[in-house]
Design a protein around this ligand. Structure first.
Ligand SMILES: [Zn+2]
Length: 564
C-alpha cells in the first residue's frame, strides 16, 4: 500500500504524541515539555522512557526504543506501517487518500467479516447440538475451555445447511463458504466437519479450516484465498497467542490446528500454525514483529528435515541480529499434539532448550554431504555455503556465520567475503556516517530543532565534505514542507539510507542553551562554507597552473577570493 507522503505529514502534525502515548502509558511531566514514564518496551522500575512535546519524539534511555507517533503505534500496538497510518487517521478524523499509482485492489467489504462471524456463530450452535461432534472432540482430548478459546464449531452433513441459515449467498460465496453449481445455485463448501475459525491478528474471522469427522478425503480442508484471507500471510492461533501475552518472549511454529490447540491446552500457549502451506517469509516477518525468538517444530523424519531446511532458507534473508531461530525435531511418529499429552509442559519445554540454533542446523545439513579430506572438497563446501550465507543481511550474525565457515573449512576468514564478486560490501552505509564533527553538529542541532532551517537564507553550496549534501537536503526539505518537529522530519526519511544515522543524531545530547543554538548552527554552516570555498579555490588554482581555466572559471576564482 502506498500512501501519499504529504498526507502522512499532515497527519503527524495533527496528532499530539503526548496524548497518543498518555492514553496507553500514563506520562508524568518532568521538565519543560518533557514527559517520562516507565518504559513499555522493557521492564524497569525507574522511568527512563522520555517523550518530548516539541520534538514529537520518544526515546528510552534504557532500551533505546525511539520514534514518532507512527513508530509508537507500530511498536506498542504491533501494527504494520499502513495499519498505524490507518489508526492515526481514524483518530484524527482524516480520510486516507490513495496514490493513483496504487494497484486497484478490490475493496474488502465489511460485510465479508460480518458474514464470516455469522457463519462462526452458526457452526458453534451446531456443535452444541451434535453429540457426535462433541464426542469426537472429547475423544481427541480437546477440553471445553480450549473449544471455547479457539471458537471450535461444527458444519453438519448435508449440502445446503449454511445457505439456508444465511440470506445473502453472494457474500458467502465471496467469503469462500459456498461453491457455485454449474447448473446454477450453490452448495456448502464444508460438510460434516469440525470447524476451526481462522482469525486475523485483530481477532476478526477471515476463514476456516475443517477436519473431516470420520473417514473421508481430504482430511483437512481450508477456506480458499479470498479478499480477506491469504494463506501465505496468516498464522493460525496468532490472535490467541497475542491475547494471552502482552509481551511474547518466544513463539513456536507447528504444522496443524490440533497441535496449536493441544499445546495451548497444556500450557504451551505460544504456538501458531501455518495454514496448509510451507512457511513463507511473510509468516516469519509477521511473527518476528511480536517476538525475537522463533522455534520451528518439525517431525524428525526425512519429510520433517526437508520442510525445516526449506523454512531455514526462507528465514535467511530476514535474519536480523536480534532474531533467534531454533529448529526442534520430534521423535519418530510423534507430533506436538500426541507428545504434549504424553509428557506435559515441563518435559516438552525441555526439548526447546536442546533445539538446534539456526547456525548449527545450517552447518549440520551442509556438512552432511561434504568431503573435508581434500582441498577440492573443502572448496566445494565453502562455495555451497557461501551461496546461502550471501542471503543473510549484513551484520554481526553474518560475520559469525562466516567465521564459523572459515573454521570448518580450515581457511583464514579474511578470504571469505559475503559480497557476490570481490567488491567490498559497504553498499548501504550512509556517506553521512563519515561526516566530520562540524557537519554532524549542524545536522544534530537541525534534526533536534527543525525550525533552525528557517534561519538559513543563503543558497546551498557545493562541498566535498561528507554529510554536507544531507545537511542541505534536510534544510531544503524542512523549508519546503514546513516540517516543524523531529518526529515529522524523521517520517520524511523513513525509507532513506540515512535514517539510522539521523536517529543517532537525535539521541545525541548537546548541552547548548536554547538562545545560543541559532548562532551555533549558523556558525557551523559558515565554517562549512569557508572550507568549501577553500576546496574550490585549490581546485581552480590547480587547473590554472596547467593554464586550463575558462573565462567563467577565472571570474569564479575572483569571486571566491573576494568572499574569502
Ligand atoms: Zn525501554
Amino acid at each position: 500500500m502506498s500512501i501519499d507522503k504529504a498526507f502522512i505529514q499532515t497527519l503527524i502534525s495533527r496528532i499530539d504524541l503526548i496524548d497518543l502515548i498518555d492514553g496507553r502509558v500514563p506520562l508524568r511531566k518532568k521538565s519543560n515539555a518533557n514527559y517520562f514514564a516507565c518504559c513499555p518496551f522493557h521492564s524497569e522500575k525507574s522511568a527512563s522512557f522520555s517523550v518530548s512535546q516539541p520534538k514529537q519524539f520518544y526515546y528510552c534511555f534504557g532500551c533505546g526504543a525511539h520514534g514518532n507517533a507512527i513508530d509508537f503505534l507500530m511498536q506498542y500496538d504491533r501494527l504494520s506501517f499502513p495499519e498505524a497510518i490507518e489508526a492515526l487517521a481514524k483518530q484524527a478524523g482524516m480520510e486516507i487518500p490513495h496514490e493513483s499509482t496504487t494497484r486497484a485492489k478490490p475493496a474488502v467489504s465489511p460485510d465479508l467479516y460480518d458474514a464470516l462471524l455469522t457463519v462462526l456463530k452458526y457452526y458453534q450452535t451446531e456443535l452444541r447440538q451434535s453429540e457426535r461432534a462433541i464426542n469426537y472432540l472429547k475423544q481427541r482430548g480437546i477440553s471445553g475451555a480450549a473449544a471455547r478459546d479457539f471458537c471450535i464449531g461444527f458444519a453438519p452433513a448435508g449440502w445446503d445447511h449454511l445457505q439456508k441459515h444465511v440470506k445473502d449467498p453472494k457474500t458467502l460465496l465471496e467469503a469462500g463458504m459456498l461453491i457455485k453449481k454449474d447448473e446454477g445455485g450453490y452448495y456448502d463448501r464444508f460438510r460434516d466437519r469440525i470447524m476451526f475459525p481462522i482469525h486475523d491478528r485483530r481477532g476478526r474471522v477471515i476463514g476456516f479450516g475443517g477436519r473431516i469427522l470420520d473417514k473421508g478425503e481430504p482430511k483437512y480442508l481450508n477456506s480458499p484465498e479470498t479478499p480477506v484471507f491469504q494463506k501465505g500471510h496468516e498464522l493460525y492461533g496468532l490472535h490467541q497467542v497475542l491475547t494471552a501475552h502482552r509481551e511474547l518472549s518466544r513463539a513456536m511454529i507447528v504444522e496443524g490446528y490440533m497441535d496449536v490447540i493441544a499445546l495451548a491446552q497444556h500450557g504451551v500457549d505460544y504456538a501458531v500454525a501455518t495454514l496448509g502451506t510451507a512457511t513463507t517469509a511473510q509468516h516469519i516477518q509477521r511473527l518476528s514483529r511480536h517476538t525475537s525468538h522463533i522455534i520451528f517444530c518439525f517431525d524428525g523424519d526425512t519429510a520433517g528435515r526437508t520442510a525445516a531446511w526449506r523454512a531455514l532458507l526462507v528465514a535467511l534473508p530476514i535474519m536480523r541480529d536480534d532474531i533467534q531461530i531454533q529448529f526442534m525435531f520430534l521423535p519418530d511418529g510423534e507430533d506436538p499434539d500426541t507428545l504434549i499429552r504424553k509428557e506435559g509442559k515441563v518435559d516438552f519445554e525441555k526439548r526447546i532448550e536442546t533445539a538446534l540454533p539456526l547456525s548449527t542446523f545450517f552447518f549440520h545439513m551442509m556438512s552432511a554431504s561434504a568431503d573435508f579430506s581434500s582441498v577440492d572438497g573443502r572448496a566445494r563446501f565453502v562455495n555451497a555455503c557461501m551461496e546461502h550465507l550471501r542471503q543473510l543481511p549484513e551484520g554481526l550474525f553474518q560475520k559469525m556465520m562466516l567465521d564459523t565457515l572459515a573454521k570448518k573449512a580450515r581457511l583464514d576468514k579474511v578470504e571469505l567475503s559475503p559480497s557476490k564478486k570481490s567488491e567490498p560490501v559497504k553498499k548501504m552505509r550512509s556517506p553521512a556516517a563519515r561526516a566530520p564533527s562540524m557537519v554532524r553538529l549542524a545536522i544534530t542541532l537541525l534534526v533536534q530543532n527543525p525550525a533552525l532551517a528557517l534561519c538559513v537564507t543563503e543558497p546551498s553550496f557545493l562541498s566535498e565534505t561528507p554529510g554536507t549534501a544531507l545537511l542541505f537536503e534536510l534544510i531544503d526539505t524542512i523549508q519546503q514542507h514546513s516540517l516543524p518537529t523531529t518526529g515529522a522530519l524523521l517520517e520524511h526519511w523513513r525509507d532513506h539510507a540515512d535514517r539510522k544515522w539521523l536517529e543517532k543524531c537525535i539521541k545525541d545530547e548537546h548541552i547548548i542553551p536554547l538562545n545560543d543554538m541559532k548562532s551555533e548552527f549558523l556558525g557551523a554552516i559558515n565554517q562549512l562554507k569557508k572550507a568549501a570555498n577553500k576546496q574550490q579555490i585549490e581546485l581552480l588554482l590547480a587547473k590554472a597552473s596547467q593554464n586550463a581555466l575558462s573565462l567563467e572559471e577565472k571570474q569564479r576564482l575572483q569571486t571566491l577570493f573576494c568572499e574569502k
